[in-house]
Design a protein around this ligand. Sequence first.
Ligand code: SF4
Ligand code: MG
Length: 327
Amino acid sequence: MLLEVRDLHVEFHTRDGVAKAVNGVDYSVDAGETLAVLGESGSGKSVTAQAVMGILDIPPGRITGGEIRFQGQDLLKLKEDERRKIRGAKMAMIFQDALSSLNPVLSVGEQLGEMFRVHRGLSRKDARAKAIELMDRVRIPAARERVGQYPHQFSGGMRQRIMIAMALALEPDLIIADEPTTALDVTVQAQVMELLAELQREYNMGLILITHDLGVVADVADKIAVMYAGRIVEQAPVHEIYKAPAHPYTRGLLDSIPRLDQKGQELYAIKGLPPNLLAIPPGCAFHPRCPLAQDVCRTDEPPLYDVTESPVARASACHFWKECLHG
Ligand code: SF4
Ligand code: MG
């Protein structure tokens, strides 16, 4: 297994108390595999990814338990300089907002080239050639002519391609993309997602796609982990989830995807707000918003039940997963 996160816990110390951002997350991704991590903002999906990348070890965020095994090595036991080496060469992250992640006063060619100069010791000229090659790779038209341009001279979709190129530069084994297409319009979203999926196959990388939108990952993910209040509440192969979710929260997310045949109809939205991480509701954290909630849900926290009914494993943290799956 390329990456295995085991029983991860992360807390944030705030003036108002301890926010429990990640509460025992387990997930894994293999080479050539795409895991989509789904949830609303504050569900812990980004925080888990930042823990994997090792960019969370600064207060107020603190990893309070668990393991992050990457290529067999527990990253949480490594020293910061060993960690930095892995972060530079073996795993890369793509963020939502390319404009604030790129340096506005350096040309994209200089920024891409820097990866090769710093990490591979290439000359300025060779690094520039590599930058053009990468821009071609992510299908930026007229790469040779545009290599000297600045980030603001590119469209949002093209800037996101540049971010993908930066992430790919050192041919990492794992890419984590946090809402990589959220800032883009729908057609451009699909193109960027397709490109990412294609490069992932070509390089046989593991890919973790973080999103709040089930719609954008449907065609590219192999499996999905749905997060709520810092826990995984459902985990399954992507097609199984689409066929029939085994958790009411996943059902709510599915029902809130805009569909072409429902044009004009009001879109379903899960009622209520995500929980306050300083005071996560007792029992099932989703109970204040859940249409299937019973008394037991208010008192007993559901474990992650094995709900496998086909050859492929799946899990749901709902006392009433059967009703949800078959209802
Ligand atoms: Fe809803 Fe209860 Fe299932 Fe939680 S355990 S998702 S409250 S039915
Ligand atoms: Mg986020």
